[in-house]
Design a protein around this ligand. Structure first.
Ligand SMILES: Nc1nc2c(ncn2[C@@H]2O[C@H](COP(=O)(O)OP(=O)(O)OP(=O)(O)O)[C@@H](O)[C@H]2O)c(=O)[nH]1
Ligand SMILES: [Mg+2]
Length: 324
């Protein structure tokens, strides 16, 4: 062995550690009250919009998987609907989805907004999480940009105490801002070592396993949610009926025809969605079409229809039709 190689070389050592460190891959889910910022955080980690977001509670209605590819690990983030006291059959179904999810993942990220008092809704969730003993739990204080450092420190303390009270210790407690991209990368660094050793589970480059039709329907719903008030956001559901390339188009000028139905619960809601002279619906179409074209990388002709599915949130048959 020559003198050169005998000398410690920190760089080479790091390199080697990197090469021999086992690759990890697994699932981490974000749970928390509605509007806590789970979907926004998922998108920030993935680096692309895979889940729709809005300032209305209960925006997410099914689990959305977003995939983060790193040299050392593949993180599959499972964004879940906000957990809340159910008032409808839809609400009950959503809560079931969340509970099934956290029983299956490798890491649980509990999301608590920095600007909201830790309340009964949060305690209820964390109490249930405490029962899942085998799974490491990270407390994530979201929206850290909204508060001063003193309030942030208090929130970190409050969530730490809650863990103690319920007889467990958080694997990590971390404040993040998805909007300001603050500590988002660090959160991924903390999740990665908690995942099991495994080769990647999804092909390189896949950012979600959502079917395109579902993503398209969600983008339309996101646009439709904007600006509607009161109970209406909960009443809106979107189903893409058909996506077909327009025939007889030259190869360099393709067009994708998308037919989608926007469902509401009562005839009286139709006017609000459509707007005076169809203005609102047109805006929803224009706005979502831009996002859809960006997602699919092709020009789109979007054909939207508004239909009534009477009381669909409470009707098992309608729920099935709408994919719940
Ligand atoms: N200022 C600030 N706002 C945020 C941040 N993250 C999310 N928000 C806002 O909080 C609102 C709710 O965000 P979502 O990501 O839709 O919340 P969610 O937890 O997925 O909500 P549900 O799907 O309804 O359970 C939106 O208006 C977001 O723009 C953040 O880091 N900073
Ligand atoms: Mg969400």
């Amino acid at each position: 062995m020559g003198a050169m190689s005998a000398r410690p070389n920190p760089e080479a050592a790091a390199q080697q550690a990197e090469n021999t460190a086992p690759h990890r891959a697994g699932f981490a889910c974000f749970v928390g009250r509605p509007n806590a910022g789970k979907s926004t955080l998922t998108n920030a980690l993935v680096g692309q919009k895979v889940a729709i977001t809005s300032n209305r509670p209960q925006t997410t209605r099914h689990t959305v998987r977003g995939i983060v590819h790193r040299p050392d690990a593949q993180l599959i983030l499972v964004d879940t609907p906000g957990l809340h006291k159910p008032r409808t059959l839809l609400g009950e179904r959503l809560n079931d989805v969340v509970r099934t999810t956290w029983a299956e993942v490798d890491v649980i990220g509990f999301c608590l907004p920095a600007d909201q008092k830790l309340g009964p809704g949060d305690k209820y969730i964390v109490k249930e999480l405490a029962g899942i003993k085998k799974t490491p739990k990270i407390a994530i204080i979201t929206k850290s940009d909204l508060v001063e450092s003193k309030q942030l420190a208090e929130q970190l303390l409050a969530v730490s105490r809650l863990g103690e009270e319920l007889g467990f210790e958080w694997a990590e407690i971390i404040p993040v801002s998805a909007v300001k991209d603050d500590q988002v990368g660090l959160l991924a660094d903390l999740i990665a070592p908690l995942l099991p050793e495994s080769p990647p589970l999804y092909p390189e480059g896949d950012l979600t396993d959502e079917p395109e039709m579902v993503m398209v329907a969600e983008l339309i719903r996101e646009a439709a949610l904007e600006g509607v008030r009161d109970e209406l956001p909960h009443s809106i559901a979107v189903v893409v009926e058909e996506m077909l390339p327009r025939e007889d188009r030259p190869a360099d000028k393709p067009l994708l025809d998308i037919h989608a139905n926007v469902y509401i619960e009562r005839p009286s809601q139709k006017g609000i969605i459509i707007g005076p002279k169809g203005k609102r619906l047109k805006e929803v179409g224009t706005k979502s079409r831009k996002h859809i074209e960006a997602l699919l990388g092709t020009p789109v002709f979007l054909d939207l229809h508004v239909k009534v599915a009477k009381d669909w949130q409470r009707d098992p048959k309608q729920l099935r039709k709408l994919g719940f």
